[in-house]
Design a protein around this ligand. Structure first.
Ligand code: ZN
Ligand code: ZN
Length: 327
């Protein structure tokens, strides 16, 4: 009899365990912003597939004169910033926007598992979809605005303008992407946006070394031009955080044509941050990773964001809080 009771109890425990597994996942623990910031807008620019050694790792900054000599003195540069997930375009971008390292198709055929900063921002701010934008040269990055999540926040998708004409339409020139970005900023003044520039990655995959270097130089010029444009725009001047990073690096030496493994050269990327909350001309010390960007953007724009693989990079900001957050 005792043995039967024990078996029944065991069966009940097993059933409870499986039923629990069938429930929708409980809401993730949320992290609240710790203070308020001067930044009212965040523009995140991802330059696709640039090796650290061909950009910031070159002490002469041959390929990035504008970023290194014009922009860095105005902001913060991070020399120890890494992709710690899969070093491909889709997983790299998904880590940046969801704060979660996820293995997913690199062709745009799978969606992020988790809602992104765009979703949480829009849900919290109760703004229209035109207040958050994906503006990307690679069409497949349109999936960053979507998610498999069934949570209510997943309904707050951003607007998108990706590739030639959306998912499946192919890549477009980076100049075109920047031109469109300015038009969108002019018309909708979004507070949160992501821009992707694809040409360094695409030229490298073609095995065109000179084209790859020229594309890095072009990206350098384009981001400098965009920063200056934003500083002349009444909505963005002096209150915009500008983050320039990469999705991944590339293999070392003559293997520059490809990327995707865990080698140091694929993992080591760069981070440059400008804006009113960042000490000008500073360099970060504590190593950080891509997954920290989403939580940092949420902290800056003041919306709650789930605790995932990253955390806000509070050490990057000026020490004196401008306004203490009310408890
Ligand atoms: Zn690539
Ligand atoms: Zn590699």
């Amino acid at each position: 009899m005792n043995r039967l009771r024990f078996q029944l109890l065991f069966l009940l425990i097993i059933c409870a365990f499986f039923l629990e597994g069938c429930q929708p996942s409980s809401p993730a623990a949320m992290r609240e912003p710790s203070r308020t910031y001067a930044a009212q807008n965040v523009v995140l620019v991802v330059i696709d597939g640039v090796r650290y050694s061909d950009s910031w790792g070159d002490s002469a900054y041959t390929n990035i004169p504008f970023m290194a000599k014009q922009l860095a003195p105005q902001g913060l540069f991070h020399p120890a910033f890494y992709n710690q997930g899969v070093t491909l375009t889709m997983p790299g971008h998904v880590a940046l926007t969801t704060g979660k390292y996820q293995r997913l198709s690199n062709r745009g055929s799978e969606l992020p598992l988790y809602p992104s900063i765009f979703h949480y921002y829009r849900q919290h701010s109760k703004t229209a979809a035109t207040d958050a934008w994906l503006i990307t040269s690679k069409d497949k990055l349109e999936v960053l605005g979507k998610t498999y999540s069934q949570e209510e926040v997943a309904t707050f998708s951003p607007s998108s303008n990706c590739g030639v004409n959306g998912l499946g339409s192919g890549y477009r020139a980076d100049e075109e992407t920047l031109k469109i970005a300015k038009q969108i900023f002019q018309e909708h003044t979004p507070r949160l946006s992501l821009i992707n520039l694809h040409e360094p990655d695409t030229e490298a995959h073609r095995g065109n070394w000179d084209g790859y270097l020229a594309a890095i130089k072009k990206s350098d010029r384009l981001v400098h031009d965009l920063w200056n444009w934003l500083q002349q725009h009444p909505h963005y001047r002096n209150n915009t955080t500008f983050i320039i990073t990469n999705d991944h690096g590339r293999h070392p030496g003559r293997r520059f044509t490809d990327h995707g493994d865990g080698c140091e050269s694929c993992r080591h990327i760069s981070l440059l941050m400008l804006g009113p909350d960042v000490p000008p001309g500073s360099r970060a010390k504590k190593p950080r990773t891509q997954a920290d960007v989403a939580a940092t953007v949420a902290e800056l724009l003041g919306f709650p964001f789930p605790k995932r693989d990253g955390e806000p990079m509070l050490e990057l900001f000026k020490e004196e809080p401008l306004v203490e957050k009310a408890k």
